[in-house]
Design a protein around this ligand. Structure first.
Ligand SMILES: [Zn+2]
Length: 377
């Protein structure tokens, strides 16, 4: 199973992978341009007509692509058009960073067709697995076509084999999550850090600047980064791209880890809104936020200060703030102020456009690119 999701199919490659690569190119063509004729697919992919016919016949037989009427005649018989069957496969995606955990069933277009959530606000240890199996089982029961795979975003460090190295929030260490889920469901499973998955969802779309250097910053209980450069996710398999316990010079606030001055002591949502926020409704959080705007603004600026050297080293051209901090509209100005104060320049800064679905969308996108070699437009 590939550990690193490529974000899109790239041209023709070495012979042994040619067929798979050609299949991905064609399928991406159908994703992007369908309904589309075989002749147009041959033109847009540069593949021969015979190859296009052979591979599309396979894709139709597998139920991924359907024939959908006829196009305009260019002189002879009008061509048969092909399009994706959006409901030909389903993906189950889980976000273990939410309180409670959140999961979704997505079709091939990335549309969320069902949702499920755990019953415990903050599961830890073995409870997490029980909740995980419950939501996966619930969603698999609602799927109307075979599942393509399972994608999981974990609040913590995940190595390239899908083992959870460490998750403070879930109280897990050295947990072989991918193997356990593959064993139970017999489906390809992709596990990544929550910020990594969210970065794939935010920046991994077809048409997104493939030369960009983009930083996704997810702020919930902790502060974690997902980095995309040159169209690929930079995995963080050793320390998880985690800034939670970055020690800030001159700060003396207590942190949950027992030390003082960690970034999370002023920037995590628990520190900003208090531990009760985990149990609050979205409305209650928004009411609370209205009363705590100065703290949100301050946290945003502190976050910007911490990000400045990373932005400079990466020469980042965009920073997206996600997680629960990303739900506040004033955050980008604070982050801009913080980065500018230390770096002297600022990239584009925005809050996530995918809201609380970013991790499940990214986890599903990893399954899609790993199994079919395609990305959403
Ligand atoms: Zn700490």
């Amino acid at each position: 199973m590939p550990g690193t999701p490529g974000l899109r199919p790239h041209g023709k490659t070495v012979p042994e992978t040619t067929r798979r690569s050609n299949r991905s190119l064609l399928l991406q063509g159908v994703f992007d341009d369908g309904p589309v004729s075989r002749a147009d697919l041959a033109r847009s992919t540069g593949l021969g007509r015979a190859t296009v016919s052979e591979i599309t016949a396979d894709l139709i037989a597998e139920g991924l692509v359907v024939e959908s009427g006829r196009g305009e005649s260019t002189g002879g018989k009008p061509p048969t058009l092909l399009e994706l069957d959006p409901d030909g496969r389903f993906t189950v995606a889980v976000d273990l960073s939410r309180h409670p955990i959140s999961a979704a069933l997505l079709n091939l277009r990335g549309r969320i067709v069902e949702r499920a959530s755990g019953r415990t606000i903050q599961p830890v240890h073995r409870e997490v697995l029980e909740e995980l199996h419950r939501v996966i089982g619930e969603l698999m029961g609602q799927a109307t076509a075979p599942a393509l795979g399972i994608g999981i975003g974990v609040p913590g460090t995940v190595d390239r084999e899908g083992n959870v190295v460490e998750s403070e929030q879930l109280r897990w260490s050295a947990a072989p999550l991918r193997d356990e889920i593959e064993d139970v469901y017999g489906l390809p499973t992709y596990v990544a850090g929550d910020a990594e998955a969210a970065a794939v969802a935010e920046f991994g779309r077809a048409g997104f600047d493939p030369t960009g250097r983009s930083l996704y910053v997810k702020v919930d209980d902790r502060v974690a980064l997902g980095v995309i450069t040159a169209d690929r996710l930079n995995r963080t398999p050793i320390h998880g791209g985690d800034l939670t316990h970055l020690r800030m010079r001159g700060w003396s606030d207590d942190c949950g880890c027992g030390r003082t001055g960690c970034l999370a002591s002023r920037v995590s949502m628990i520190q900003i809104l208090g531990p009760d926020y985990l149990d609050m409704s979205t409305e209650a959080r928004q009411r609370l936020a209205a009363e705590t705007d100065p703290r949100i603004d301050r946290a945003a600026r502190y976050l910007g200060l911490a990000l400045a050297p990373i932005v400079m080293a990466l020469d980042a051209d965009r920073v997206v703030i996600g997680g629960q901090l990303g739900e506040w509209g004033t955050v980008p100005e604070g982050v801009v102020a913080g980065i500018e104060e230390y770096a002297g320049w600022v990239p584009e800064v925005a809050t996530t456009r995918l809201g609380s679905s970013a991790v499940v969308l990214g986890a599903a996108a990893m399954v899609l690119s790993g199994e079919l070699g395609v990305v959403w437009g």
